[in-house]
Design a protein. Structure first.
Lengths: 205, 205, 205, 205
């Protein structure tokens, strides 16, 4: 492996996991069973009833894609590796890989009276994801910084601070979701759209 | 990451998504249930009834493979990156990743009396795909061109114009599919075969 | 993209497809439903009844892995590209990607009285695979050879000849499978084990 | 392909397989069917009943991730290739790719009276995995060492010895699992956590 990029295989492995997690989401959206469809109108209605699935799919798609963009940006700051950094990446991948489960749960239960467990779990995975980012930046910063240069160190520190903010916000969401699941679900959607816009603007600097 | 190819990780990620979307298609073609098969002839007949599934599978396979070839050709024109370009790629991937759903819908409903919603949705995804290509070329061309040289800029502009043509044609298909779903489905098949031949001849120049 | 390896993205894409096709095979082996299991012995018996699934899984795993090894070996001979070569690779990937379907069919029907369609289809996919290899070598050899040097050209020609032999053998298998499905299934298994040994010995030269 | 890294495509292919195997695990954790859920409390209870699935998922996730880390570390020792080495990698991938099946079996049967077959099978796959690592190190060490230098040879020999230890331990686990399945399942969990800690400490040297 070229010494110029010690993390190229880690990148390739993570890219694979992100790409598969993104692509697998669609297989949980099932087509309407043909036995229940007697007219063309039935099929249009059945497709409309997939709205919660589409909402959950798009939300998780955005989360995974932004996570990949951030991962891509983060690894550009790094030119060394360590076991702690590799295992922090493994934990981050764990929080990505599990997403199809809470996504399917959200699709099924968001617009029912029992939405709370689905939204709490979904927010809890976001909490774990924020923890994984904090651990990843921590492993990149100490004991020996893996960052390329001083500027990269500052960017990594800013990323770690964002991680703590995310941790606080998602924990609050997870708690509020016990009482206001639908509101929290849409709040999570709004937060990720803000992260999307923020991500674009920060990286354009 | 080597500065000589700033998009190598974006390429790797997109390759992963295209490859997985291509490979996942087959899992929606289910084998005939053994309870319904009493003679060898039953099994031959059951396999023949998979024809709509095979048609939809091949159409989507061709779409995804050509999209990958075009993506491969497009990224060869580019040697810089921007947030808008990365997110335009994300939107393109979204329009690829969702394809298994309309493909399965087409398999199930193409030769029924309720084919319209399936074909409209399939054409609508093609519309979104055309929009994604337009956005991707737009992000590659301005405000600061990401293209390698003047020749690459001209090729990207031609690609953008093709995107507008595709947008017009697929929008028309989506509208016509409300009344003539089967005809539009075969028209879409014919269009993609033309894109296939066009793609080969253009790239051979 | 580095000009030193014009096919690196094609390789990455094909690697992805081979890797996914290989890994998806296992999801067609379903665990025994817990409702049918009353004693530990029931579970042991249920696992034994998975033998046809395991046979089909291993056969397809070997086919895909050997195809990847051969693809890897073939692309080492090549240092140029052409549209025909890219599309020949696409057709090869098609014959790999569809394999989970005949594999599942073989699992379900190999040891029933209606094995013929399953084995005929499985052999037919092997026929298509042989045709794909012939097209791929043909695209590599003419009109302008894409091969690195004279020695690579000779190896590619030998590969093409092997493709014609494979085409003849699998066509014969597909025809014989109408009358002797089980025998042909085991013959196919034996052929691929020979290809395995042959592949090792040839490449070790 | 750059001569500086003859194994780059093997690495990419293996990365793909590891990444997909890791990501596919989640699709075997099914969400509770909405027909069985009448109150929010029902859904909380149904999620709690997923504990065996989560245990099996996490165990297999850890196994696959550590295997990838070890594979990554092993291929850094190597700068040549051989057919035996490639096919040993293929066998290793086989033992990774099959993991979703014993994982699903463990999820379903771990806390029933018929856990023995599930745990025996799970341990048996670990036995095969240990054998694959021994074959891989053997292929790397002889007849002609593929290792970079003397230090890499020593590390590879240590890896091979670990493989023999793993073989002995998992064989014992597989045998004991006939009588004490639950205890062995938790022992396997404990062993992999030890491997995790060992892997970090060794690589940090």
């Amino acid at each position: 492996m070229a010494e110029s990029n010690v993390n190229s295989r880690l990148e390739a492995f993570c890219d694979g996991v992100f790409a598969i997690a993104l692509t697998l989401l669609i297989i949980d959206i099932k087509i309407p069973a043909s036995e229940t469809i007697n007219t063309t109108n039935d099929l249009w209605l059945a497709l409309q009833h997939l709205f919660p699935s589409v909402f959950a799919f798009l939300l998780t798609f955005i989360i995974i894609f932004i996570s990949w963009v951030n991962h891509h940006g983060t690894l550009k700051l790094i030119n060394k590796s360590s076991p702690a950094f590799i295992y922090a990446n493994g934990f981050l991948l764990l929080t990505i890989v599990v997403l199809p489960f809470p996504t399917a749960l959200l699709s099924e239960y968001l617009f029912t009276d029992h939405a709370a467990p689905a939204v709490v779990l979904y927010a809890a995975i976001n909490v774990l994801n924020a923890i994984a980012w904090i651990l990843l930046f921590r492993a990149a910063l100490k004991p020996n910084p893996l960052t390329k240069n001083e500027k990269a160190t500052l960017t990594a520190r800013a990323g770690q601070r964002n991680g703590y903010w995310a941790l606080a916000i998602y924990t609050l969401c997870a708690i509020l979701a016990f009482w206001f699941p639908q509101a929290v679900a849409f709040l999570l959607g709004a937060i990720w759209i803000i992260w999307l816009i923020y991500g674009i603007s920060v990286k354009a600097e």
